[in-house]
Design a binder for this molecule. Structure first.
Ligand SMILES: [Fe+2]
Ligand SMILES: [Fe+2]
Length: 205
């Protein structure tokens, strides 16, 4: 990761440390994913990387981020609005180029708008579409799975079923922006199934 992204990450990290329990891991995983996908799909890392690093900083401003239900629509709106404001401050602080900052702040302010039925922008904009793929795929990772099953009050099996049923936040036309993210979902699903199989075996007396 280049030094400018590192600077953004070190400014953002304190927010995440006071925020949701899994947020630092969420962003660290996201950073790795962005590095990979930008090489494969030749995407503009100067937009996607700051977006990935900063997109959820707004959760830190909630009254009780550690126990909040992130699926609540008001909370979704609040974290996007607050996130855009914090991102603006951080990008200014690290002297990120103005035109890029403007776009990144705009993305952060709308990044979860699929939850409000606005899906076209994810289909038309590859940066936003790819971002959405990864943000959604996070709960398929082991850490994401364990964190979100608590929020959704599900046991392991119910959580696995939830993942299998949820093909993409964007239904219809093009659920994934690339083959890479489409296949990543399949491989994470296989891993989570394997985890549960192991757990069951261990539980047999
Ligand atoms: Fe978010
Ligand atoms: Fe996120």
């Amino acid at each position: 990761m280049n030094s400018l992204y590192q600077k953004i990450w070190s400014e953002a990290k304190p927010y995440y440390l006071t925020s949701r329990p899994m947020d630092v891991k969420h962003i660290e995983w996201f950073i790795e994913m962005v590095e990979t996908i930008c090489q494969i799909e030749k995407l503009d890392e100067s937009l996607l990387m700051p977006l990935a690093i900063l997109h959820d900083v707004g959760y830190a401003t909630l009254t009780n981020p550690k126990t909040a239900n992130y699926y609540d629509k008001d909370i979704r709106r609040a974290h996007m609005k607050a996130g855009a404001e914090i991102a603006e401050k951080i990008l200014k602080q690290v002297k990120y180029p103005d035109d890029k900052s403007k776009k990144i702040i705009e993305y952060i302010g709308i990044h979860d708008n699929w939850a409000f039925g606005e899906v076209d922008m994810y289909l038309q904009d590859n940066i936003l579409g790819t971002f959405k793929d990864f943000d959604y795929l996070w709960i398929y990772t082991k850490i994401g799975f364990d964190a979100i099953k608590i929020v959704l009050k599900k046991n392991d099996l119910q959580m696995l079923q939830h993942l299998k049923d949820e093909v993409s936040p964007i239904h219809g036309k093009k659920p994934f922006s690339s083959n890479y993210t489409k296949e990543l979902r399949e491989s994470y699903l296989k891993e989570r199934e394997k985890d549960l199989h192991i757990t069951f075996k261990k539980n047999i007396p």
